[in-house]
Design a protein around this ligand. Structure first.
Ligand SMILES: Nc1nc2c(ncn2[C@@H]2O[C@H](COP(=O)(O)OP(=O)(O)OP(=O)(O)O)[C@@H](O)[C@H]2O)c(=O)[nH]1
Ligand SMILES: [Mg+2]
Length: 379
């Protein structure tokens, strides 16, 4: 054990050693990972803790599968193309943020998610304000699994971090809670993993692995995997490895919305936040009405979206169609109605940045942000 561990982390380790049930061991290890400082000197013990946690979780899961059915899932009906879920500690400003972004007096339902529509330059994002997350042990949060089920289904997670509270504590708590809900924030690991029916465990690119071969094999076996192909394409962390082999993980993009930027003394918290994470972030003040369009822009950029307006005899639609960058005319046509694909003749694309202001286009024409599209069909 590294000698310089903070007392709380040491206590969590002792708790782990004394724990007699699987659940208690898991809780203690989660606590330890949250409390252990992250630097070179703790790298080894953190690797051990994360691997051990993954093994115990796999064990618990198999036990649960044998005895219980899945917990009831909540869901929030999608009322816009993009759903953004707010996750934050108590009093971080989530409900205020929701009302401000959505420009509406949405009632605070407290136990259930509060929802609203954020209209950003004519595009609609659905915002879901979940009950507060006060611990990373999601089984201790009322309906914790169900709440994180909503986050798992969202298009984007927005961590709401209060600049007047300890930002590092909030950030770690939220990231660890997501990890415990099997939500991997950010990139898909550069790993190909495939279970096979025979042939044993085959590992390629071991030079990129965070663990020696023997430990990977142990980790795989603890997940009940005896035959597979595991290829590392680039340098990986233990988290990457665990995310790749455990198919329960979902990968989510995330942003940070730092609240209460108007309060005195919040500048150092903002600087600190910039140091501890690479998640894209924006500072706002709902009270002073600062940063609303930056939030919209950040959602758009992080999800790599483009806004396209459709046009017909009556004129240009009031709301934009939200599409992934790389979308084509066929995607617009499909969204309007299948007949627009079946009876498609051509489309006229109005593009401000183009020399030709009106482009005649086919179904495979690639769209750009801000395009106005009119589709002509065979009558
Ligand atoms: N100065 C300032 N205060 C804010 C801002 N946003 C929220 N607050 C205050 O922060 C407190 C908590 O705000 P809420 O929106 O209720 O926070 P919450 O995260 O929904 O809280 P719970 O759901 O109760 O956990 C309230 O007193 C708000 O007035 C802001 O931008 N600036
Ligand atoms: Mg609230």
């Amino acid at each position: 054990m590294p000698a310089n561990l903070p007392t709380e982390a040491q206590l969590a380790l002792e708790e782990y050693e004394k724990a007699t049930t699987l659940q208690a061991k898991i809780s203690a290890l989660q606590k330890f990972i949250a409390l252990c400082p992250k630097h070179k000197g703790t790298e080894k013990i953190l690797k051990w803790a994360k691997t051990q946690l993954a093994k115990l979780r796999a064990q618990l899961e198999r036990r649960r599968k044998a005895t219980t059915s899945a917990p009831p899932a909540f869901s929030v009906k999608k009322e816009a193309d993009i759903q953004v879920v707010l996750l934050g500690v108590p009093q971080s400003g989530k409900t205020t943020l929701l009302r401000w972004l959505c420009d509406s007096e949405i009632p605070d339902k407290r136990i259930f998610p509060n929802v609203g529509i954020f209209n950003y330059h004519g595009a609609e994002f659905q915002i879901v304000d979940l009950p507060s997350i006060f611990t990373s042990d999601i089984d201790k949060i009322p309906n914790g699994r169900a709440l994180f089920g909503i986050a798992r289904n969202a298009d984007l997670i927005a961590f709401v971090i209060d600049l007047t509270q300890d930002v590092e504590w909030q950030y770690n708590l939220l990231i660890n809670a997501c990890e415990n809900a099997r939500i991997a924030i950010g990139r898909r690991p550069p790993i190909t993993f495939k279970k096979t029916s025979s042939g044993g465990i085959n590992i390629f690119g071991i030079q990129y692995s965070p663990l020696p071969k023997k430990e990977i094999e142990e980790l795989l076996r603890s997940h009940g995997i005896l035959n597979c192909q595991l290829i590392f394409h680039d340098y990986c962390t233990v988290d990457d490895l665990i995310h790749a082999i455990d198919k329960k993980y979902v990968f989510k993009k995330a942003i940070i919305i730092a609240t209460k930027g108007d309060c005195p003394g919040t500048k150092p918290s903002w600087e600190k936040l910039k140091q501890i994470t690479r998640i894209p972030m924006v500072a706002v003040s709902a009270v002073k009405n600062i940063g609303k369009s930056k939030v919209g822009e950040l959602i758009k950029r992080t999800l790599d979206l483009i806004f396209v307006w459709t046009k017909d005899d009556k004129g240009i639609a009031s709301n934009a169609m939200i599409l992934k960058r790389g979308a084509k005319i066929i995607d617009v046509a499909e969204r309007i109605h299948e007949d627009f694909v079946r009876f498609f003749r051509f489309a006229i694309v109005e593009r401000k940045t183009s020399k030709v202001k009106q482009i005649r286009a086919g179904l495979s024409f690639m769209l750009e942000d801000g395009d106005i599209v009119r589709i002509y069909i065979k009558r």
